[in-house]
Design a protein around this ligand. Structure first.
Ligand code: ADP
Ligand code: GLC
Length: 486
């Protein structure tokens, strides 16, 4: 018998994505669906999804619905449709007052209500569907009130009597904090006593914290990050509550969707390659550099960067390191991403200073992300912290050697190359400073100049397997631990 899983997420690839949360929501639910589990996946019907012409159809018994959050009332309805390339039905919560906006996230005073509506709509639709989930699976702060709602506002409903809740923390850097004056909007009734009282006194409500306190199981996206967030350096205030969870906190490394990310059949690439024949990689490098006007940098090792440009990603370390390397023509660079203006400006200034070696593309492009993974020789991920990280795992499959800081999922997915043994898949540096990153890049560049080592590195990297078949099974093990065999 399959598990019945109510899965709620603010992002879903490729329909609505700002980062890895979208990739993981999609890949994990598709894995469970393939396995035969009975999934009900709820995501907001953002404007950008509506504009994609998916041919969604209204669910006739989920129309003209209403939810109240204190004095705020919202009407919504539910549409169903599938994402390209999948037959898993998705349930889109269509509430124009909250989701018909240009971005996925906002900064308005109703931000918490947008995702509370998503979470409660998922529970109320489960009721109307007569769907009794074994597992309510919530993701990040947006849906972290799910577990507490289940224990309070929805506790009366026998439908949920056997339901256990899981909160997956993709990034503890975003906790969804809002003002205590909004407490009444949560609809907890007498359950308000379960809110974190010291925080309330201090005038705030922290969404992530309530998921950590009340989910039956808390997971995060790598074993190392699971340990790190129990310390003050990485826990960002959540560490005492996470430590208190004991074995109720587990780290499961994300997987990679190799249907999307594999140089043997990447749909964005005109030429394919594999571990036993990497010639195509050089062809793609030449094509990309010519297309970007960097033909003169063809003989240089090419660094790649695809990232949200925020402090988490270690972009601060680049200014003291890259200009000097570029100045002596040690490498080229193709960078893709958007985020904080200071980081965007830095990359734009690098391109101006070294126009024959650097291209910076500001913005978001799936296509260019795939090209960079394939065409670059070295992939940079010097993160300050990294819950899991996906790009370093993509890089491994493309034989693009990752230079990463030893933290979180980077430490769990990349291993240090050993010259004496010829083992290892990349270069890891420990200290979060310019000297660390400089050492990492110089080490990779030195190995690049020694074909025997570079060949080993690429072969080791491309042999790694982080498929969802393996990682997804670890989630199923946890479901089983919570509710027994389905
Ligand atoms: P995070 O979720 O913290 O951003 P991950 O490494 O887990 O980090 O996931 C990032 C995902 O977003 C990857 O699939 C990556 O390719 C993608 N990505 C990030 N920035 C861009 C961009 N500017 N254009 C295209 N894809 C991007
Ligand atoms: C977060 C993290 C990233 C992780 C992703 C998916 O955005 O920053 O490290 O891979 O979620 O779990």
């Amino acid at each position: 018998m399959p598990y019945r899983v109510l899965f709620v997420s603010a992002e879903y690839a490729p329909l609505a994505k700002t980062g890895g949360l979208a990739d993981v929501s999609t890949a994990l639910t598709r894995y469970l669906h393939r396995r035969g589990d009975d999934l009900r996946v709820f995501v907001p019907y953002y404007r950008r999804i509506a504009e994609q012409g998916l041919g969604c159809v209204p669910v006739d018994y989920l129309q003209d619905l209403e939810l109240a959050f204190g004095p705020h009332r919202y009407r919504y309805r539910v549409l169903t449709g599938t994402a390209p390339g999948s037959d898993l039905p998705l349930y889109f919560v269509d509430c124009p007052a909250l989701f018909d906006r240009p971005g996925i996230y906002g900064s308005g005073e109703d931000e918490h209500r947008r995702f509370l509506l998503l979470t409660r709509a998922a529970l109320e639709c489960a009721q109307r569907m007569g769907f009794a989930p074994h597992i309510l699976h919530c993701n990040d702060w947006h849906t972290a009130f799910g577990p507490l709602l289940l224990k309070t506002a929805y506790a009366w409903d026998r439908l949920f009597a056997g339901t256990r809740s899981v909160l997956t923390i993709h990034n503890i850097g975003y906790q969804g904090v809002f003002g205590a004056a909004h407490a009444g909007e949560l609809g907890l009734g007498s359950g308000e006593a379960l809110l974190h009282q010291d925080d309330l006194q201090a005038g705030r409500i922290n969404s992530m914290l309530h998921g950590i306190l009340y989910a039956d199981l808390v997971t995060t996206v790598s074993p190392t990050y699971a340990r790190e967030i129990c310390t003050p350096e990485f826990g960002l205030g959540m560490e005492p509550y996470l430590r208190a969870r004991g074995d109720g906190l587990v780290g499961i490394l994300n997987g990679v969707d190799y249907d999307d990310w594999d140089p043997r059949h990447d749909r964005y690439l005109p030429v394919h390659y594999a571990a036993d024949d990497v010639d195509g990689k050089a062809v793609l490098k030449r094509q990309l550099l010519e297309r970007l006007g960097l033909g003169g940098a063809l003989e240089l090792p090419l660094l790649g960067l695809v990232s949200r440009l925020v402090a988490q990603k270690g972009i601060d370390l680049l200014p003291p390191v890259l200009p000097e390397l570029l100045g002596r023509r040690a490498c080229g660079l193709v960078a893709l991403g958007s985020g904080e203006p200071r980081f965007e400006e830095f990359l734009a200034s690098l391109q101006r200073a070294y126009p024959e070696q650097v291209v910076y593309h500001r913005g978001y492009s799936d296509e260019l992300a795939h090209w960079i993974e394939a065409a670059a020789d070295i992939f940079l991920m010097p993160s300050l912290y990294e819950p899991c990280g996906l790009n370093q795992m993509y890089s491994l499959r493309y034989g693009t050697v990752p230079v990463v800081r030893r933290t979180g999922g980077l430490a769990d997915s990349v291993s240090q190359y050993s010259r004496s043994h010829g083992s290892g898949t990349g270069v890891l540096f420990d200290h979060y400073d310019a000297a660390g990153l400089r050492w990492g890049i110089e080490t990779a560049l030195a190995l690049y100049r020694e074909p025997r080592h570079w060949h080993n590195l690429m072969a080791n990297a491309m042999a790694q397997d982080f498929s969802w078949e393996r990682q997804g099974a670890l989630y199923v093990d946890e479901y089983r631990r919570l509710v027994g065999p389905a």
